[in-house]
Design a binder for this molecule. Structure first.
Ligand code: G3H
Ligand code: 13P
Ligand code: NA
Ligand code: ZN
Length: 328
């Protein structure tokens, strides 16, 4: 059944686990996530960015998710708008039937320029009023995702700040987080702790100076009843990086957020963990390998099956590691 983000995260908090929120754009991603969730008995968060809506088109995206609900009627499923850049975007998502929206007021409406406190509080509180009137949950964001190594926002275009960021925004302040939650009444809060979107997060396996799990603990101690969200939480699996490059890819050396650091964060209030890049890597690696190994095949169902198998592996591993498995 379709459920709100709040329902899922309240249960996760009561039972001490986290839920991966996977980005979806097409049938194969939706199917892979649902199959992994069914196999592990996990509640599901499917999230769609503005880019996903542009790629698939609103009707296809909506029906893909409705398809997931119909094909897997026993799994609780939240349909979430990722990185809404304005109240209008959130309103359209609610109209489309989403059960949760992110109002990312940490950025201006262009989705690239960091905003100020007043703008973030006003737009987020406005969306909370509108969404709650419809039974829809709201995720807000305070701070800006970006690298503590370089001060730069992520490599990915489309979502997130660009260029060099104001250093004070790279780590969410616990007192400001408490004030923000009080003023906006968000159901979940995305925080900045040194992660960034895309494959290029860290130039070496991250240590506490560049991946501030300690800041998660400080924020959770200050607002223990607020569900925390970690964006940019792909682990950038080295085995997939190797497969991609062994079969003709050209990705540079890079490291993501280790699964065990996420598991630690889950002990301190993180309930929603956003993952897009890892599934992109699994698809790309699977396809590159398939085309190399099976040069005579040309039925898209054959190679898309290989791509789905790659994604299912990642999804199951995250459901198991985050304690989501068995909670549906
Ligand atoms: O938050 C960013 C997600 O990875 C979505 O990326 O805007 O390219 O769909 P996208
Ligand atoms: P990754 O790029 O680390 O997968 O992050 C995705 C994300 O935060 C979507 O909102
Ligand atoms: Na989100
Ligand atoms: Zn994000």
């Amino acid at each position: 059944p379709l459920v709100s983000l709040r329902q899922l995260l309240d249960h996760a908090a009561e039972n001490g686990y986290g839920i991966p929120a996977f980005n979806v754009n097409n049938l194969e991603q939706v199917k892979a996530i649902m199959e992994a969730a069914a196999a592990t008995d996990s509640p599901v968060i499917l999230q769609a960015s503005a880019g996903a809506r542009k790629y698939a088109g609103e009707p296809f995206l909506r029906h893909l998710i409705l398809g997931a609900l119909e094909a897997f009627p026993n799994l609780p499923l939240c349909m979430h708008q990722d990185h809404g850049t304005s109240p209008a975007v959130c309103a359209r998502a609610i109209q489309s039937g989403f059960s949760s929206v992110m109002m990312d007021g940490s950025l201006r409406e262009d989705g690239k320029t960091p905003s100020d406190w007043d703008y973030n509080v006003e737009t987020t509180a406005h969306v909370v009023k509108m969404a709650h009137a419809c039974g829809v949950s709201v995720e807000g964001e305070l701070g800006c995702l970006g690298s503590l190594e370089t001060g730069m926002a992520g490599e990915e275009d489309g979502v997130g700040a660009e260029g060099v960021l104001d250093h004070s925004k790279l780590l969410t302040d616990p007192d400001e987080a408490a004030e923000f939650v009080k003023l906006t009444q968000v159901d979940a809060l995305a925080i900045a702790i040194g992660t960034s979107h895309g494959a290029y997060k860290f130039t070496r396996p991250p240590t506490g100076d560049v991946l501030a799990i300690s800041r998660v603990k400080e924020i959770h101690a200050r607002i223990p009843n607020t569900h925390l969200v970690m964006h940019g939480s792909s682990s950038v699996p080295q085995e997939w990086l190797k497969i991609i490059n062994d079969y003709g890819g050209a990705l540079g050396e890079t490291y993501g957020v280790p699964v065990e650091e996420i598991v630690e964060a889950i002990k301190h209030g993180v309930r929603k963990i956003n993952i897009d890049t890892d599934l992109r890597m699994a698809v790309t690696g699977s396809l590159r390998k398939f085309f190399h190994d099976e040069p005579k095949k040309f039925d898209p169902r054959d190679y898309n099956k290989a791509a789905m198998a790659g994604m299912v592996g990642i999804c199951k591993a995250r459901y198991e590691a985050f304690g989501t498995a068995g909670q549906a």
